[in-house]
Design a protein around this ligand. Structure first.
Ligand SMILES: NC(=O)c1ccc[n+]([C@@H]2O[C@H](COP(=O)([O-])OP(=O)(O)OC[C@H]3O[C@@H](n4cnc5c(N)ncnc54)[C@H](OP(=O)(O)O)[C@@H]3O)[C@@H](O)[C@H]2O)c1
Length: 233
């Protein structure tokens, strides 16, 4: 039997989101794989076409909150076992103290506000499911304890904020038995991670999927590396 009924993923057209779609297709009844531009997402569409209807590709720009609400309305009472807030951006390459304010606002919009609005839009469907899981794909770059090298103000602050928000979601959804995890994928060879990343996307996603497969409510609000180790805030 599949581990998951329905899974909803953001940024499913490339990188970790595409790999989540690939791996979860073997373990879910239905995947709603969202991306900004389905017409330009050849690999995802090909995966969907060979999935015998299991993978549905839907358009979703995560900062277009009306689009997320519309999708939630269309899903109606369909439960969502696992929501993966994966879409994210790095913003300008880590630099010195001088920051581009507009870029900073955009990174916050995509990395912090949008995942929060996704949870707002889909919390009822997650709470109505069997597994009741939300995964926010964060980064160790958001760990203040781990910040020994400085720099990367924009990306670091966005992921630290996502961690704070994820912790609040965990507390606020606890009475509905929803488990909210903050997952660091490792340094992964994707467009964002670049060619020097330490692991490939299949390894990263297999690790995060293992965590999700075994997740319990007691872990809710935790910050985990892809190999299951806890990360200090
Ligand atoms: N790779 C790493 O080493 C690493 C390390 C730590 C954390 N992470 C986190 O892991 C997640 C996935 O990263 P990745 O490595 O797979 O990055 P990636 O290869 O750059 O892919 C990013 C994905 O996010 C989507 N996206 C960006 N802005 C969006 C928006 N406004 N609306 C909808 N989708 C949007 C992109 O869609 P488009 O194709 O339309 O741009 C793409 O599908 C991110 O949250 C990232 O911060 C990655």
């Amino acid at each position: 039997m599949a581990n998951y009924g329905t899974v909803l993923i953001t940024g499913a057209n490339r990188g970790l989101g595409l790999e989540f779609t690939r791996q979860l297709a073997g373990d879910a009844d239905r995947i709603i794989a969202t991306c900004r531009n389905p017409a330009r997402s050849d690999e995802l569409r090909a995966m969907a076409e060979s999935s015998e209807g299991k993978i549905e590709v839907r358009a979703l720009e995560v900062t277009d909150y009306s689009q997320a609400r519309k999708l939630a309305r269309e899903l109606g009472n369909d439960p969502i076992d696992l929501l993966i807030n994966n879409a994210g951006i790095l913003g300008p390459r880590p630099g010195n103290l001088v920051q581009d304010v507009d870029a900073w606002r955009r990174v916050f919009e995509v990395n912090v506000i949008a995942p929060t609005k996704m949870v707002e839009a889909f919390a009822d469907q997650v709470a109505a499911s069997n597994r009741k899981l939300i995964a926010n794909i964060t980064s160790k770059m958001g760990s203040i304890a781990d910040n020994t090298s400085g720099g990367a103000y924009i990306y670091r602050s966005s992921k630290a904020a996502l961690n704070a928000v994820g912790r609040s979601m965990a507390r606020d959804l606890a009475d509905r038995q929803v488990t909210v995890l903050l997952l660091h994928p490792g340094w992964v060879r994707t467009d964002m991670g670049g060619p020097n990343g330490l692991i490939d996307a299949p390894t990263s996603v297999a690790g995060m999927k293992d965590i999700l497969d075994q997740a319990t409510l007691e872990q809710s609000g935790g910050f985990y590396n892809y190999d299951g180790a806890s990360i200090a805030w």
